[in-house]
Design a protein around this ligand. Structure first.
Ligand SMILES: Cc1cc2nc3c(=O)[nH]c(=O)nc-3n(C[C@H](O)[C@H](O)[C@H](O)COP(=O)(O)OP(=O)(O)OC[C@H]3O[C@@H](n4cnc5c(N)ncnc54)[C@H](O)[C@@H]3O)c2cc1C
Length: 446
């Protein structure tokens, strides 16, 4: 029998359509599915404990899926640079297979793990990340990074997309010691009570996608911004974040939907959103400081007001602006909010409360089940006007956004029903932002 192979699982917590499991199965020997709890990552992530419980629930479903196929999941705690080579030695593995990541911390970690594996004579096989187009597969003329979505999108469209990998029917995992699943309690993380908006795990992801293909996709283009309609969007973002569904599976199914006249428009719009997802990973790949510094470097000198009291009111959903309060309350209660609510809440923090976008970016990542450095920082910078496609003077009026996207008021009634006086006058503060921006911009030019 062939020697074992380790599959190191990170943001790909599933068995189906999994390129690393397919590659491991091709070896024909035992497979060691390994999840490493990295204490440094646990410490550094701004996430609330609820995110770790969500991850643990995804791992439980993955473990069940592996066991149904005759395998098992090995969980170990420690720095990956030590743990991954150690498990490979214990198992007598010839290779470790894993998918790349665009996160700067992950890239440095992976490079160190690859060096350690090579040093002990174990082969390291790094597969492309969970994206439709790898971050370095496209580049503007002269190389580097795209800063405008439209140009990126055209190059992205020309790239061949991955096919779903074949799912192994049987796996054999050699008996190795394993630890309990890393729940928030085990990791010593505090956890605010949360009613997850999305059910965790691969099984739930597949059901959700099947239901959305059947019932949601046809009207997606028209309904995706409506806050008062339940299930107007796929709610797959946490699944894409944890890799409990393969983006290649979405792409394959979308090809069928594109060929169906009833679903073509919805499918085309959905493809657009997946292109945005890849775009922000392309950006993070080239600009590792995306969450720390404005893409437009001069923007970091903008004179924010940064009032702690207004920021606290925003985080606690008590600004008195019903749509903004509804968004923040939904976020901390369920770990997810629709894109339109994110846009309005983010724009309000930056352009009406005059708070630095980085404060909001970090707060969102603490609670979002889909919290992702690339998508979160990229979108916050887009809203602030400091990033790609910059339009710093575009300011959303929460009242007008509410009338347009929550016309029945159901969203505001569900999350922020009580009348409250607004802490600031949104229109006056927007005017203040514009005036500040123009003064600051004129000073820069002098
Ligand atoms: C301020 C702000 C912060 C955000 N932070 C995150 C984040 O941390 N993680 C995250 O996954 N998305 C983030 N988004 C993007 C978007 O809001 C969510 O991806 C989307 O709301 C998830 O819901 P859904 O799965 O139902 O989306 P759908 O409308 O069903 O879209 C399908 C998928 O496309 C991708 N997608 C959709 N819109 C975007 C977008 N604007 N940028 C990147 N990818 C997109 C997501 O993977 C999503 O799951 C943020 C947007 C804003 C404005």
């Amino acid at each position: 029998m062939s020697a074992p192979v380790v599959v190191w699982l990170r943001r790909d917590l599933r068995v189906e359509d999994h390129p690393a499991f397919a590659a491991a199965a091709a070896h024909g020997g035992p497979v060691v599915p390994l999840f490493v709890v990295d204490p440094e990552l646990v410490r550094a992530l701004p996430s609330d404990g609820a995110l770790f419980d969500f991850q643990a629930a995804c791992l439980a479903d993955l473990e069940a899926g592996l066991q149904r196929r005759g395998g098992g999941l090995i969980v170990r705690t420690g720095p990956p640079v030590d743990v991954v080579p150690a498990v490979a030695r214990e198992a007598g593995a010839v290779a470790v297979i894993f998918q790349a990541d665009t996160d700067p911390y992950a890239r440095a970690r992976d490079a160190a793990v690859v060096r350690a594996l090579h040093a002990q004579g174990t082969r390291a096989q790094m597969l492309p990340p969970e994206l439709l187009v790898a971050p370095d597969a496209v580049a503007p003329r002269g190389g580097g990074v795209y800063r405008v979505f439209g140009a990126y999108r055209r190059a992205w469209a020309r790239q061949v997309k991955p096919l779903p990998a074949p799912t192994p029917r049987r796996l054999h995992t050699p008996p190795l010691p394993s630890e309990p699943l890393p729940t928030a309690a085990r990791l010593g993380k505090t956890r605010a009570p949360m009613r997850w908006a999305i059910a965790p795990g691969e099984t739930a992801a597949r059901h959700r996608w099947a239901a959305f293909l059947r019932e949601g996709l046809a009207a997606y283009a028209d309904r995706r911004d409506r806050l008062d309609l339940d299930d107007a969007t796929s709610r797959l973002s946490p699944h894409l974040r944890f890799g409990t569904i393969a983006v290649a599976r979405l792409w394959a199914d979308l090809q069928d939907a594109l060929a169906d006249p009833a679903r073509h428009r919805g499918a085309a719009r959905f493809v657009e959103e997946l292109a945005w997802r890849d775009f922000f990973h392309h950006l993070l790949h080239h600009v590792p400081t995306l969450a720390e510094r404005s893409l437009r470097p001069d923007f970091d000198t903008f004179p924010w007001e940064n009032r702690e009291d207004l920021f606290a009111a925003w985080t606690e959903g008590r600004t008195g602006e019903p749509l903004v309060d509804a968004a923040l309350r939904q976020l901390v209660t369920t770990g997810w909010i629709p894109n339109r609510a994110r846009l309005v809440a983010a724009s309000y923090l930056v352009k009406q409360l005059l708070v630095d976008w980085r404060w909001g970016e970090r707060f969102f990542r603490r609670y979002l089940l889909d919290g992702d450095l690339a998508a979160n920082a990229g979108n916050w910078q887009w809203v602030a006007g400091s990033g790609v496609d910059p339009r710093p003077l575009r300011i959303f009026s929460p009242a007008r956004q509410a009338a347009r996207f929550d016309p029945t008021g159901a969203y505001r009634r569900a999350w922020a029903p009580e009348p409250r006086e607004a802490l600031v006058d949104a229109a006056a503060r927007a005017a203040e932002f514009r005036a500040r921006y123009r003064r600051w911009h004129a000073d820069l030019r002098r």
